[in-house]
Design a protein around this ligand. Structure first.
Ligand SMILES: CC(C)(COP(=O)(O)OP(=O)(O)OC[C@H]1O[C@@H](n2cnc3c(N)ncnc32)[C@H](O)[C@@H]1OP(=O)(O)O)[C@@H](O)C(=O)NCCC(=O)NCCS
Length: 186
């Protein structure tokens, strides 16, 4: 069985270049702004246009969720908001959860920040929450994300054909997962 307290009591995780902190009301503006970035929207297949009210409500309610973990990714040096990540769809009986991450702008990508954040949250998921399996969906065109996930121990388990329709073109998604004994930490 998993340690549900490790999901309920939101952690702050300290890394070399990023800090992961509970997503909260203070992140509303940055969270909303990230939702406007067209390239991030494409990479995450986000059709929905978030309103400011929705962003505010989402950030306000994250700390009281008991069945998932939503963390903001903060630059360790200057405290800048870099993006957010979640462990969601937690299935306690199966000791499994889904994972998603989105840096908030292209300028933050390709610097090793997403990999560090992913490793940090996976370590927490396996060692503190007690998960056995963490899975995710990634679009097959998102080579940077796939490279990062592979380097953390994720393997491709399947292909979800034509799952995204984006500007008239269909794209496959990959199902990837990492098991606790396959996790590659730092
Ligand atoms: C996906 C994401 C979390 C990755 O984090 P990141 O900090 O940008 O990635 P990193 O800098 O840690 O690593 C990028 C790796 O991808 C590799 N890479 C980049 N472009 C690549 C390409 N076209 N083909 C193959 N590998 C590529 C880099 O070489 C690097 O690997 P290396 O360090 O072993 O050389 C981040 O880019 C992000 O949030 N992007 C926007 C939203 C998104 O795509 N979310 C994921 C949805 S599933």
């Amino acid at each position: 069985m998993i340690n549900t307290r490790a999901l309920r009591d939101k952690p702050t995780l300290i890394g070399k270049r990023v800090r992961l902190v509970p997503l909260g009301p203070e992140h509303t503006d940055a969270y909303f702004a990230a939702g406007l970035d067209e390239e991030i929207r494409r990479l995450t297949g986000t059709h929905h246009h978030l309103t400011y009210g929705e962003a505010k409500e989402w950030c306000r309610t994250r700390e009281r969720s008991t069945d998932r973990l939503d963390l903001a990714i903060i630059a360790a040096d200057d405290g800048r908001y870099l993006g957010e990540l979640s462990l969601y769809a937690v299935a306690p009986e199966n000791e499994s959860a889904g994972y998603r991450i989105a840096l908030s702008a292209l300028e933050f990508t390709g610097r090793g920040l997403g990999r560090e954040a992913t490793r940090m949250v996976l370590e927490y998921a396996f060692e503190h929450v007690g998960l056995h399996r963490v899975w995710l969906h990634v679009y097959a065109f998102n080579m940077r994300a796939i490279a990062v996930y592979r380097s953390c121990g994720f393997s491709v388990e399947g292909r979800l054909r034509d799952s995204l329709l984006w500007e008239g073109r269909r794209h496959d998604a990959l199902l990837m997962a990492v098991l606790e004994n396959g996790f590659c930490g730092s």
